[in-house]
Design a protein around this ligand. Structure first.
Ligand code: ATP
Length: 366
């Protein structure tokens, strides 16, 4: 009887609960036992009552709740081999032989590291007398499956991540609210949105709200005089009769020298051009609240696929990551996706923005 553990890790994202619910219920209906591991890798490293067997009713009501009810954490000790040794020990002591991790690229990298180290970890646990040879033989293979839960939509090899669409909705609602006051007072607003090193939320919010200007990390302004050009564009929009100005700045926005573009700097430029300007940082409201129906559906379907991937896995299959491409659920090697995501960051660091866009999404980049 397979025992499947599930944890949520890294930044919370709306829809993670739907994923946990689907995993627990599909696991049970396929004759497996389901275990919730609380507080991300923290629960795996500490064990004890942070790992709990879950029944059908334990995930009742999960679909509509934002964040993650089984908790999440940034766990420094899991980055060390010693922490992963404890994690392996706790998995074995709970009889868990498959692990489904829902989190961002960091969490999924950690999951893959655990799996790649697994044989060595077992050897060390035997040497330290913490497990028997029989236990090591029984738990010779650890199955790991990744689900991408992140509002940033910054993972390669998938079109969308669990939580990104809800977050985009929150941002659009907030900008719509700001628009009322901007219109009334004929003001300019510079709005900072989340996304870390990914401009997806900022760009999609700009398109969805008809913003006047947007700054994203993947395509910094290249002109030496971009400040004047931006102000010229905004003036043109005003000359067409627009009574408000919205500029969206991704939190990871940079100029061509890789220096951050700060909302306060944009505010100063706009103020100097005679616009009554305010800065609004949307902050954590962007990641909170009820998941939208898309994220509930995506997380549910991907949760089902994650359990199926566990049941399909052989010792030789690389750990898969469940994604979605062109409306089809995908199951690709986790490490490939993590590696591509790393290459995007590297391309940006090398100022090769074109390559970053291509790696992120070749079609979108066109
Ligand atoms: P988000 O995109 O929302 O920030 P994330 O999963 O990328 O989510 P991280 O803080 O990067 O968030 O990672 C979450 C946890 O995953 C870390 O606290 C750590 O426990 C584990 N982790 C990350 N990278 C590694 C790694 N290279 N090796 C082992 N564990 C890791």
């Amino acid at each position: 009887r397979k025992r499947i553990g599930v944890l949520t890790s890294g930044g919370d994202s709306p829809g993670m609960n739907a994923a946990v619910r689907a995993i627990v219920r599909v696991a049970i209906s396929r004759g497996c036992d389901a275990y919730a591991i609380f507080e991300g890798y923290e629960g795996l490293v500490n064990g004890g009552d942070m790992i709990k067997k879950f029944g059908w009713a334990d995930v009742r009501g999960y679909l509509a709740i934002g964040g993650t009810l089984i908790g999440t954490a940034r766990c420094a000790s899991f980055r060390e081999r010693k922490g992963r040794l404890s994690a392996a020990y706790n998995l074995i002591k709970n009889g868990i032989d498959a692990l489904i991790v829902c989190g961002g690229d960091g969490s999924l990298t950690g999951a893959d590291v655990l799996r790649s180290e697994w044989p060595g970890l077992l050897e060390d646990l035997i040497k330290e007398g913490r497990i028997t040879i029989e236990e090591a033989t029984r738990f010779k293979h650890l199955t790991v499956v990744g689900l991408v839960g992140s509002i940033d939509n910054d993972m390669s090899s998938t079109d969308i991540t669990i939580g990104a669409v809800t977050s985009l909705h929150r941002i659009c609602e907030a900008i719509d609210s700001i628009s009322s006051t901007a219109l009334s007072h004929s003001r300019a607003f510079v709005i900072e949105v989340m996304g870390r090193h990914c401009g997806w939320l900022a760009l999609m919010a700009a398109v969805s709200t008809g913003a006047d200007f947007v700054f994203i990390p993947e395509r910094p302004p290249i002109s030496d005089d971009w400040e004047s050009e931006m102000c010229e564009t905004l003036k043109k929009h005003r000359d067409l009769g627009k009574r408000m100005t919205i500029v969206i700045v991704a939190e990871g926005a940079i100029d061509k020298n890789l220096d951050p573009i700060r909302p306060e700097y944009i505010k100063k430029l706009l103020t100097d051009h005679g616009l009554d300007t305010r800065v609004t940082t949307l902050g954590h409201t962007q990641r909170g609240g009820k998941p939208c129906s898309f994220d509930r559906n995506l997380a549910t379907i991907q949760g089902v696929e994650a359990v199926q991937a566990v049941l399909r896995a052989t010792p030789d299959t690389p750990s898969p990551m469940i994604g979605i491409r062109e409306n089809k659920i995908t199951c690709e090697p986790l490490m490939k996706a993590v590696e591509l995501t790393r290459q995007v960051a590297e391309a940006i660091a090398q100022k090769d923005f074109r390559r970053a866009m291509d790696l992120r999404d070749p079609e979108f980049s066109e």
